[in-house]
Design a protein around this ligand. Structure first.
Ligand SMILES: Nc1ncnc2c1ncn2[C@@H]1O[C@H](COP(=O)(O)OP(=O)(O)OP(=O)(O)O)[C@@H](O)[C@H]1O
Ligand SMILES: [Mg+2]
Length: 256
């Protein structure tokens, strides 16, 4: 894959190819049923930030995130991920497993930490997502938006540097949608605090997020957006410009 085909987004020039959070080269994935989900898919995330993918049902977006997360093996092609990935699902009830906020975040911590470190890192992860002090709070008492933020806290506690968010706001009301988007936006800003366990000034820098959405208004908040069609990711574009184009030409059937 040529470097100039990788770096196509605004502001990417300061990052060398070795820094790219993610590179995907001619990726193909075929389900056992024979259904081709991704075909000759090549793209790169050029720098940390909030990157969004939009595309019709069945165009391959979720399959792509599962491949990046290592839950599926490519049929062919290459995927080079320079950041520890963590998935955040559309429905947080599918990933929050334990009864309290603190115990759930604890599940994501790396092994081998002593009790004081565990407590400190749980508190920091909760604080980073705006749930500070809610260690004992039963998960069933959280709102949908709070549950989604707790899922992000788990990802941060695991020291993930690449958040893979699959329609994380699809089930949320408008206020919670804005909250969760603002949280991830802030985590992806260059001045964002390092993840729990990362000493200040160390580590690979701010979080990178790859966010799938069908909510076109969210595209205004990203650093770059790409259209997924027929199992391929298009070039990065300005999010607002892509939203305007798609509003004029609504996504419909036949994207796959
Ligand atoms: N577990 C599976 N087994 C077989 N085929 C699958 C499976 N999951 C997805 N597919 C197929 O792979 C293709 C891509 O699906 P995928 O879920 O990645 O699309 P998507 O872009 O995430 O769609 P949506 O917007 O509806 O979430 C589709 O044709 C789908 O039917
Ligand atoms: Mg999907």
């Amino acid at each position: 894959m040529a470097a100039d085909s990788l770096i196509t987004s605004p502001g990417a020039g300061a990052w060398s190819q070795a820094d790219l959070p993610l590179q995907v080269d001619r990726l193909r994935f075929v389900w056992p049923s024979g259904q081709i989900a991704l075909d000759d898919c090549s793209f790169a995330i050029p720098r940390p930030g909030l990157w969004m993918l939009v595309g019709g049902n069945g165009s391959g977006k979720s399959t792509l995130l599962r491949l990046i997360a290592g839950l599926l093996e490519p049929s062919s092609g290459q995927l080079l991920c320079n950041r520890k990935p963590a998935l955040v699902f559309q429905n947080p009830d599918h990933q929050l497993l334990l009864p309290s906020c603190g115990s759930d975040v604890q599940l994501s911590l790396p092994p081998g930490l002593g009790a004081p470190q565990r407590h400190e890192q749980i508190a920091l992860a909760l604080e980073q997502v705006g749930l500070g002090g809610l260690q004992q709070r039963p998960i069933h008492s959280l709102s949908g938006g709070q549950k989604q933020r707790l899922a992000v806290a788990g990802a941060l506690a695991s020291r993930a540097q690449l958040l893979l968010l699959d329609e994380p706001t699809a089930l949320l009301d408008q206020a919670s949608q804005r909250d969760v988007l603002a949280l991830v936006r802030q985590l992806c800003n260059p001045a964002a605090r390092p993840a729990p366990g990362t000493p200040e000034g160390a580590g690979p820098g701010p979080i990178t997020a790859l966010w799938i959405t069908h909510r076109l208004d969210e595209l205004d908040q990203c650093d770059g957006a790409a259209l997924v069609r027929h199992g391929r990711v298009g070039r990065w574009q300005d999010g607002s410009a892509l939203r305007q184009r798609l509003n004029r030409l609504p996504l419909g059937r036949g994207e796959r």
